[in-house]
Design a protein around this ligand. Structure first.
Ligand code: F0G
Length: 427
């Protein structure tokens, strides 16, 4: 396998602030990190990335010894982050579940489930928000906004509230799971329901941010991805502790492709610091729902650009996205690690959700896409039986109670009488 991961640490530009700066991934223009609100490149509108003079090594990560604050969860990785501590609940430090029966059924050498649904608001978005809201404080902004399929809005509301800021969320009307709206509402966000899909919401909120209405905390914001890359750091450390090697492959659901970009960036930094060999980087393998699969289309057709899907549909509403804005970062991540992308049907997603639940791991539909994708790639022979795999599950079962109820069994009404209950059980 040819890896094309750039192992050279970047040269430090004059604009760097304490060894940190922003760089455009398209034209290499660089910017001071906190002098102004900026989401994309001033020169070419390309995506921005946070860069460091000293990329981290495993030895520099904290031990996790304290119970809160800077040595816990995401902030344990502060050597690889722009601050020492953010607005924290705290987040990260999620379980890497063993699922022996599912592993046997799938037929791989090792299978672990990294359950990001165990974060404070029930999804991986918390890892991004703890950094993003900290940056908002640095910039002195008082109002935060995002477009969301639900989880980002819940995390923005909780972290913004904790940071003492106003929060505004734009949601696609009728397409956000009940648990997520309940969270955004109770944590105090102003909720606008848009007559359009997520991509339309993102278009509008980008315009609001450009007009100075609020600070944008979608994954287009490069600082969000800094927090999310710690998922990759945790997976490598925890997996290595148990197996003495790193996983061959990480399979993850893809919506806006923020996580795919974030994991790739974290691994690249470890390669640049010399902590990881390029051929030890796990193959990033993205999974989308068949009804919303522009990344899969681009990977299969070998395109460098995404074709925006105007019509998208899937029961996995979290990934009901037709225009993955982080594709320019995520496509190289998939290609350069030797990974791939695959689309799965809604019934396959529900079957995987049931399968995970049968072994005690409760996830929302979008999360189950990762296992559904792994099963499909095993059936197709793309994933070998000797591979060691981690599936990322991104959100908790309770996020979408309706989907859980539909996928599970129905309660059975019985009379208020023990004999009748016994009779019912033996019927
Ligand atoms: N899984 C869940 C549960 C999500 O909520 C999302 C994205 C993804 C996967 C996809 O992650 O965008 O990094 O590829 N949810 C966003 C939101 C869009 O608004 O909550 P990605």
């Amino acid at each position: 396998m040819d890896f094309a991961i750039d192992a050279a640490a970047p040269a430090v530009p004059d604009c760097a602030d304490d060894g940190t700066w922003l760089a455009c991934i398209a034209c290499d223009e660089t910017f001071a990190p906190f002098e102004a609100v900026r989401y994309t490149c001033d020169e070419c509108d390309g995506l921005l990335e946070v860069r460091y003079a000293d990329p981290p090594t495993f030895d520099e990560f904290g031990t996790g010894a304290s119970t809160d604050g800077p040595d816990r969860g995401v902030w344990r990785y502060r050597e690889g982050l722009p601050f020492d501590l953010g607005v924290t609940l705290p987040e990260g430090d999620t379980p890497l579940h063993r699922v022996p029966r599912i592993k046997e059924a799938v037929g791989v050498d090792a299978l672990r489930i990294k359950h990001e649904g165990m974060n404070p608001t029930g999804s991986f978005k918390d890892r991004g928000m703890t950094v993003g809201v900290r940056v908002a404080k640095e910039l002195g902004v008082g109002a935060l906004a995002c477009a969301s399929t639900g989880n980002t809005s819940a995390a923005l509301a909780a972290y913004g509230g904790r940071g003492g800021m106003q929060t505004l969320v734009l949601l696609p009307e009728g397409k956000v799971a009940a648990g997520k709206i309940a969270q955004a509402s109770l944590h105090g966000a102003r909720i606008l329901e848009v007559d359009g899909n997520f991509d339309a919401c993102l278009d509008i909120v980008q315009e609001l941010a450009a007009r100075g209405e609020a600070y944008l905390l979608n994954s287009l914001n490069p600082f969000r991805l800094e927090g999310q890359k710690t998922i990759g750091f945790e997976i490598l450390e925890e997996f290595y502790a148990d197996y003495g090697v790193f996983p061959d492959r990480i399979v993850l659901p893809v919506g806006n492709a923020g996580n795919t970009s974030a994991l790739y960036k974290g691994f690249r930094e470890l390669v640049q610091s010399g902590a990881l060999d390029p051929d030890e980087v796990p193959k990033l393998t993205g999974v989308q729902a068949e009804g919303a699969a522009p990344m899969v289309e681009a990977v299969e057709e070998g395109n460098d650009e995404i074709r925006r899907w105007e019509e998208v549909e899937t029961r996995a509403t979290a990934i009901r996205i037709g225009n993955p804005v982080n594709a320019p970062k995520a496509l190289p991540g998939i290609r350069n690690t030797g990974g791939t992308a695959v689309a799965v049907s809604d019934p396959e997603i529900t079957a995987a959700q049931r399968h995970l639940a049968s072994e005690g791991v409760g996830v929302e539909p979008a999360s189950a896409a990762s296992l559904a994708g792994l099963k499909k790639l095993r059936r197709e022979g793309v994933v070998d039986d000797d591979e060691r795999v981690v599936c990322l599950t991104t959100g908790h079962l309770l996020k979408d109670p309706d989907a859980a109820y539909e996928a599970g069994g129905d309660p059975e009404p019985v009379p208020n009488d023990a004999d009748a209950v016994v009779d019912h059980l033996h019927d």
